[in-house]
Ligand binder design. Structure first.
Ligand SMILES: Nc1ncnc2c1ncn2[C@@H]1O[C@H](COP(=O)(O)OP(=O)(O)OP(=O)(O)O)[C@@H](O)[C@H]1O
Ligand SMILES: [Mg+2]
Length: 232
């Protein structure tokens, strides 16, 4: 797979109303090739999480075009985007976002069930085993360590076999050793399944493990110094 699976062209987005409105993305263009691992870095508030939300179709842009896995998201209804996201995009957040009153197994299986999957609990069990949690399936999130909760979240993201996995500071709430294990797991799964991985991180070591880094600043992608025009 070498075609661009993420194509953003001149994307701008303002969030908030009136005095609190902020132009969060200011003409962002980005192509990500299938199977690539991209690390998005940059200062707090530079628009990294918002960029991931745009890629996931969770934020609509004001200007520019968003083409993901060959489909243009501009102008699509919320329902169609949600269905598209379910098939194509897995998401992992810093704070896990598990449903507290569901077991690990249910957290992975229920979204599959809602999407009409034929064997949601069988798949969930296999995915949890694949992230090393075969003996934790009946635990509730509150009975799991942070690293284990993030493994459940990764199993949930991987279960629909998405082409794209996006992760917003996936190791941000974990100690260094656990964070490294979670990063190992994410990279291994992405490689095994030929997925495109886009992750946001403040950790230079994690960013360096990506095949490519994209630096954001104030809502724009910074041009690498090697590509900047040399002053006459
Ligand atoms: N709903 C909103 N209304 C107004 N401004 C917003 C809204 N959501 C985000 N912003 C602003 O957009 C900017 C970018 O936010 P974003 O969360 O994308 O940054 P980030 O790069 O992920 O930062 P961090 O590293 O701290 O997570 C911030 O200045 C934020 O205050
Ligand atoms: Mg963020």
């Amino acid at each position: 797979m070498t075609e661009a699976v993420i194509e953003l062209k001149d994307v701008s987005l303002t969030l908030g109303e009136g005095a609190s409105s902020v132009q969060v993305l200011k003409g962002v263009s980005l192509d990500v090739t299938g199977g690539e691992a991209t690390g998005i870095v940059g200062p707090s508030g530079s628009g990294k999480s918002t960029l991931l939300m745009v890629i996931a179709g969770l934020e609509k842009v004001d200007q520019g075009t968003v083409r993901i896995a060959g489909e243009t998201l501009n102008g699509k209804s919320e329902d169609r985007i949600a269905a598209f996201r379910g098939r194509n995009i897995g998401i992992v957040f810093q704070s896990f976002h598990l449903i507290p009153n569901m077991t690990a197994l249910e957290n992975v299986a229920v979204p599959l069930e809602l999407a009409g999957h034929l064997d949601p609990f069988g798949v969930a069990e296999r995915e949890l085993a694949a992230v090393g949690l075969a003996d934790r399936v009946t635990h509730y999130p509150g009975e799991l360590s942070g690293g284990e909760q993030q493994r459940v979240a990764i199993a949930r993201a991987l279960a629909p076999e998405p082409r794209i996995l996006i992760a917003d500071e996936p190791t941000g709430n974990l100690d260094q050793a656990t964070g490294r294990q979670i990063a190992d797991l994410l990279f291994a799964k992405a490689r095994e399944r030929g997925m495109t991985l886009v992750l946001v991180t403040h950790d230079p070591a994690l960013a360096n493990r990506c095949s490519r880094q994209v630096a954001m600043r104030s809502g724009r992608i910074e041009t690498p110094p090697s590509l900047q025009a040399v002053p006459a």
